[in-house]
Design a protein around this ligand. Structure first.
Ligand SMILES: O=c1nc[nH]c2c1ncn2[C@H]1C[C@H](O)[C@@H](COP(=O)(O)OP(=O)(O)OP(=O)(O)O)O1
Ligand SMILES: [Mg+2]
Length: 206
């Protein structure tokens, strides 16, 4: 089946391509030269923003759509940047500036207080307007400098407790197995929502 991936983040697209490898799912995205509108992320939770992205883009694209809203929550910063992770260094920031700001804000925080977690809320929206969300979490701590250049976003600064290494040096396979996004996506698959929806539409088409 075809699913559209409602994201403008190429790092996320790579993660989802890895997550759907070997499954009977064809992932379509902006990499297929499909233009999508910007979705204003004005919700107050990961779930609200995630559902908004999936719903608005599925209405636009008219096929089943998956979105991800995610972020990094740092205990010493009272959970920041959280839902504002992409905009941490400002609206015209980027991954590098966000990482610099994070290191700066944690410069006096010792190792044992640098605990953090990633959250991902993956939503699936169907053309009939139905939407469901699944969340995943990955625990770790924030390093004192970049480690590795793999992945995207905060990956080089995130030491994963599961992998005992940074996401920046982890292989795509390793990150898939323990990441917040991997955990959320596997919940979606295990929920069987794809099969049930698929069967319903096959039945209705008869
Ligand atoms: O596995 C990850 N590894 C590293 N960094 C990550 C990860 N997962 C989320 N993050 C960071 C990147 C971005 O700063 C923010 C997500 O923001 P978020 O709004 O969900 O995504 P986005 O704006 O990059 O793309 P889009 O909204 O089009 O899906 O958290
Ligand atoms: Mg975003």
């Amino acid at each position: 089946m075809k699913i559209f991936l409602a994201t403008k983040n190429k790092g996320k697209i790579k993660d989802f391509e890895k997550l759907t490898e070997g499954m009977n799912i064809e992932v379509l995205s902006i990499l297929d030269d499909i233009k999508i509108p910007d979705v204003v992320e004005d919700g107050t939770t990961f779930e609200e923003n995630s559902q908004k992205k999936a719903l608005e883009i599925s209405k636009f694209i008219k096929i089943t759509t998956i979105s991800d809203d995610s972020g990094l929550c740092v205990d010493a910063l009272n959970g920041e940047p959280g839902i504002f992770s992409a905009r941490y260094a400002g609206e015209d920031g980027n991954d590098e500036k966000n990482n610099e700001k994070l290191l700066q804000n944690l410069k006096d925080v010792p190792k044992e207080k640098r605990t953090a977690h990633f959250i991902s809320v993956v939503s699936i929206a169907f053309p009939d307007g139905k939407v469901e969300s699944f969340s995943g979490r990955a625990d770790g701590e924030i390093l004192f400098e970049n480690c590795g250049d793999g992945g995207f976003g905060y990956d080089p600064l995130f030491y994963s407790y599961d992998l005992k290494k940074s996401f920046g040096v982890a292989s795509p396979e390793e990150k898939k197995s323990v990441s917040h996004r991997g955990r959320a996506f596997r919940k979606l698959i295990e929920s069987k929502i794809l099969e049930s929806k698929n069967n319903v539409s096959k039945f209705e088409n008869k």
